[in-house]
Ligand binder design. Sequence first.
Ligand code: ATP
Ligand code: MG
Length: 454
Amino acid sequence: MAHRGSILLVDDEEKILKTLSRALRDAGHEVVDTTSARQAQRLLNARTFDLLVVDNLMPEMSGLDLIRELVAGTPEGERPQILMMTAHATVESAIEAMKLGALDYLQKPFEIDELLVVVRRALDHQRLRTEYRYLVSERDEQFDHYGIIGRSRGIQDVIARAEMVASTKSTVLITGETGTGKELVARVIHDRSAQRDMPLIKVNCAAIPETLLESELFGHVRGAFTGATSNKKGKFALADGGTIFLDEIGTMTPTLQAKLLRVLQEREIEPLGSERIETIDVRVIAATNRDLRQMVADQKFQEDLFYRLNVIPIEIPPLRDRREDIPALVEHFVRKHAQRTGRHVEKIDDAVLTGLQQYDWPGNVRELENTIERAVVLSQGSIISPKAVSVLGAATPQATGLPSLKLRQNIEWVERETIRRALEGAGGVKKDAAELMGISQRALSYYLAKYRLD
Ligand SMILES: Nc1ncnc2c1ncn2[C@@H]1O[C@H](COP(=O)(O)OP(=O)(O)OP(=O)(O)O)[C@@H](O)[C@H]1O
Ligand SMILES: [Mg+2]
């Protein structure tokens, strides 16, 4: 049987040790056992385990002290999960152990089956933690290598500004034609900010009817309007502690513009139908493909709001003004879509590339990506031929980024499972669940709402 996780088992009573050890091995786990706490320490230094199951009362050193030293000496991500075994009289040490980071404890005497269940849960937890760390590192890597592609002066300026504002909490206004990468830049700013572990909430102002947008942004209480059958948190509240990305801000109606202005000035929101005002701590990133300055001149956009938003402007130039970026973008998208579709496409015909560099790309990078994606799918050999690329009519205004969507779904699945299990492990007590995962209670509330786990 393939082993299900490696366990270090420590108990000074030889007979108990051997019984438990055999039961765990029979269940398919890899077990190293020892009656000596000192020996356990040496083992923990010498190799990695997925799980440490440790008795509390031992002559050389208590289980609690062993845990304490382990926790002090190893970063959380590199530690095994910890389970403590304890006699009734020392349940307090078990609680202490959990405060230090142990996942759970077993009160002696316990049934073997109980041990197996708790061990299985701890190993699942460890596996999820590893998977999650892997996905996060993959995500970070994607941003390092494949984030904002381009060596042109224009894009280098965008990157420099994005990096600079990331470390602040300033409001950012990103402008640029459709498909130039406004959302990508917003994500990069959030992911490089100190709030990166807090939510980034996106609102597409153009996609939501005006009547709903207000409640979507600020929330509502039950009975605020027909159909408001329960309280609902707004996106601002959900983004609390993190970032809200207000996309297509130029489509907002004057009434809402006025309300948004107030929120930006006061840093307070008032859910529809509620008398209570909530203070929020949110970074605002707004984006638009319209010329807001012109809209102000035409009295279609509130001047005050414009200045509130335009604290740090980032303007992304259209692709036709930075054609030197096209080869690198093409290479990036060929690799990305070849990988996604499992095709062995390596490069693009030189003549095709020249053609791509001459085209004007009204749909900018998104249009280029769609073109390459199609070419990769249609391509028959390892080199993309002119036949596979027909620039005319290539534009399909459609959201792209399938691989990253899939990655995001994976991350979301892992997050959801981690939260669900932590809650289960904490017996539904949110405070403990948050502690188990090493996140703030506020972050936990966000995830509970996000995954409707409440
Ligand atoms: N410099 C770049 N490097 C790599 N990928 C890019 C770059 N610019 C844009 N993209 C990709 O192009 C696609 C479109 O970008 P994005 O959605 O950010 O554009 P947008 O400016 O928000 O467009 P719209 O105004 O239509 O909403 C995304 O898949 C994005 O990842
Ligand atoms: Mg966009």
